[in-house]
Design a protein around this ligand. Structure first.
Ligand code: CMC
Length: 433
């Protein structure tokens, strides 16, 4: 990928008696960026930005977020339009290739994904090595890393064709691995993928069908599943995506990089928040308990899970679509008056009108309603983050591929502000007091 950034003048930086002109780079939209690549060489100083709150770590043309306006675009298309009019595989194609597919391109892509869904038969032994009570995310981290031991013919990252094959393999096999992680935890036989089902329906079948009876995929749940996948497909340079990029910057194979992303996603501040959000709603239990819980949040005893975001300082556009999906799913298979859904809606209203949350610009994020939806669909809580990982795989792999094709790509190597001991002489043990 050739840089698409344009020059936008320069900024003068003065350190003591030295001054330096820092080029300003302009993207197609979003804030300007100060190019500090020569800063250390010319001034002997680093920048300090723990958590990367003001640092662009790469150039990317995949996803754009305007956090103040609550806008999320994939290759320019708003997320709500994609969730309304597209399907997950089409969004995968868009993220990977930059444009929506023509009918024949879509057909070829769908065929490629569908025909890579099976796992090497020997692969199933990995699952058997885990304890039955293993968290399915633990299984995901291990199993996805193990893919690199099975598909050597797509680990040469310098070969564009192998990169494409590994991308297709991961998008195709992730539902099979995720469904096996679930089936293993409930002690049921693994279900093989079916090529005549949609991506979402095939996944639901692999999770919920049993050999003892026929399973008909409910079209409302199929659509909801597909939408949930779309909503989680990519989110620019979040923690797990940056982890994938950092792992990939050393030249590690794509399967290993995605396993690293899954490990990062697991944390409760990131993908693990959907699990925590549902636990929180259950803990609150009834709308009457909300004020007491909110008081605890204000006292900083705990955080309101499913609220707040590093980038969104407005309503997360994914949360709006997710709330609609929750309503559709509950109407179909649950209770639209589900007490947890009522707690969630009321909690949202209280938070949206409370000074503490308004001041800090804390709005519901995608995880606020996803737990209720997934739970009504029949998924246990510990599968929620697995579903996030499944859907985010395409984003990770698109970002990884973009990085590999970027001629300015270097191994990621942050510097530090060292505050430890300066150099000192070793003291023999008998002289230490
Ligand atoms: N509940 C209560 N207070 C909060 C929350 C929350 N969920 N989030 C932030 N704050 C407060 C925080 O205490 C701080 O207040 P003060 O300035 O008085 O100290 C202020 O808001 C800024 O917080 P921060 O921790 O500096 O913000 P951050 O950008 O580092 O954190 C976040 C972003 C997502 C980690 C955080 O909002 C959070 O922990 N949310 C709950 C977990 C969650 O829902 N995560 C899912 C994110 S969306 C899906 C994904 O991308 O994985």
């Amino acid at each position: 990928m050739k840089s698409q950034a344009t020059a936008g003048g320069s900024a003068k930086l003065t350190i003591g008696d030295r001054s330096l002109d820092l080029p300003i780079l302009k993207g197609s939209t979003g804030p300007d960026v100060l190019d500090i690549r020569k800063l250390y060489a010319e001034t002997d100083a680093f920048t300090y930005d723990p958590g990367f709150t003001s640092t662009a770590a790469c150039e990317s043309a995949i996803t754009f977020i305007d956090g103040d306006k609550g806008v999320l675009l994939h290759r320019g298309y708003p997320i709500d339009q994609l969730a309304q009019n597209s399907n997950f595989l089409e969004v995968c194609y868009l993220l990977l290739n930059g444009e929506l597919p023509t009918a024949s391109e879509y057909e070829r892509f769908e065929h490629n994904i569908t025909y890579h869904t099976m796992l090497h038969e020997q692969f199933d032994r990995f699952f058997l090595g885990f304890r039955r009570d293993a968290h399915p995310m633990a299984i995901m981290v291990g199993a996805v890393g193990a893919l690199s031991a099975f598909y050597h013919d797509s680990t040469d990252i310098q070969d564009p064709e192998q990169r494409t094959i590994s991308a297709h393999r991961m998008i195709a096999k992730m539902p099979t691995i995720a469904a096996r992680a679930y089936k293993y935890s409930v002690g049921q036989p693994f279900v093989y993928p079916r090529n005549d089902e949609s991506y979402a329906a095939n996944f639901l079948r692999m999770c919920f069908s049993v050999p003892a009876e026929d399973y008909v995929v409910n079209p409302v749940l199929e659509r909801a599943m597909d939408r949930i996948f779309i909503l989680h497909a990519d989110h620019e340079q979040n923690a797990s995506t940056s982890t994938v990029r950092l792992a990939g910057s050393s030249g590690a194979n794509p399967f290993a990089c995605i396993a690293a992303g899954i490990a990062c996603l697991w944390g409760p501040s990131h993908g693990g928040a959907n699990e925590e959000a549902l636990k929180m709603l259950k803990q609150i239990g009834t709308p009457e308990q909300i004020p007491e819980y909110v008081a605890g949040v204000k006292d900083r005893r705990y955080r309101l899970m499913g609220f707040g975001h590093r980038v969104y300082k407005n309503y997360d556009p994914r949360a709006k679509v997710m709330q609609q999906s929750a309503e559709e799913v509950l109407r179909e298979v649950g209770d639209p008056n589900d007490p947890l859904f009522q707690v969630a809606k009321e909690l949202e209203q209280i938070a949206l009108h409370d000074e503490f949350f308004i001041e800090r610009k804390l709005y519901p994020n995608v995880d606020f309603y996803s737990g209720i939806t997934l739970s009504a669909m029949g998924f246990p809580t510990d599968m929620f983050t697995v579903l996030f990982a499944l859907a985010r795989t395409v984003g990770w792999i698109a970002q990884w591929a973009e990085m590999i094709e970027d001629p300015s790509q270097k191994i990621g190597r942050p510097r530090q502000l060292y505050t430890g001991q300066p150099m000192r002489d070793f003291t023999p043990i008998e002289q230490r007091g």
